[in-house]
Design a protein around this ligand. Sequence first.
Ligand SMILES: Nc1ncnc2c1ncn2[C@@H]1O[C@H](COP(=O)(O)OP(=O)(O)OP(=O)(O)O)[C@@H](O)[C@H]1O
Ligand SMILES: [Mg+2]
Length: 205
Amino acid sequence: MAKIITIAHQKGGVGKSTLAINLALCFQDQLSVALVDTDLQGSLYHIREEFTELAIIGADKLKDIQQLAYDLIIVDTPPYLSNRLPELFLSSDFILVPTKAGFFDVMAIRSTLALIKEAQQKAPHLKAGIVLNMVKPRSGITQDVADLLQSMGTPLLQTKVHDRVSISRSSITGGILNGTDRRAKEEIMALTEEVVEHISAEIAI
Ligand SMILES: Nc1ncnc2c1ncn2[C@@H]1O[C@H](COP(=O)(O)OP(=O)(O)OP(=O)(O)O)[C@@H](O)[C@H]1O
Ligand SMILES: [Mg+2]
């Protein structure tokens, strides 16, 4: 059965779709990957012509995705707490929560994390991780944010994705791996590896 990685945060503009595309492109060397956009107006569904090598599937197929013949399914979700999320979380293997590194940005992930924790009580195999995205180069995380992240109970991934022009343009340039920004590539590859480490053993990359 396909492994499912869901990318969720009820706030808009934190990089869910950007990370979804770049993770999918990174995994697809080794695995057959489908990208699912649960949002009918979703950005992924609109750019599917740009990424003909990726299977981008609409939300209508969500019920059947696990039956489809893929190794890995990456699910992008909309910027609100949709009533579909609990069910989606329960069928996921890993939930990635991207956030910016400001104090109030991190505060804002709490309701998403609460939903994840509810799902984890019913599905103990479900893993989750927070990834800092759009981190300003040369600025670390402030102590108050570090403390807040510590108190969240959901692990913070070691990989930080920085604010990079190459990443903001990656959905029109065919993805980070396709480009020339070496540091951006390293970050996306490190993120991919870290996600793999969190998911149980069967999918080795
Ligand atoms: N690491 C990054 N560096 C620079 N720009 C980024 C980075 N990550 C995302 N962006 C840019 O930030 C904007 C928001 O990203 P994206 O659309 O992926 O967010 P989202 O969480 O999917 O938003 P929504 O919830 O509205 O669908 C986009 O313009 C994207 O190109
Ligand atoms: Mg999006």
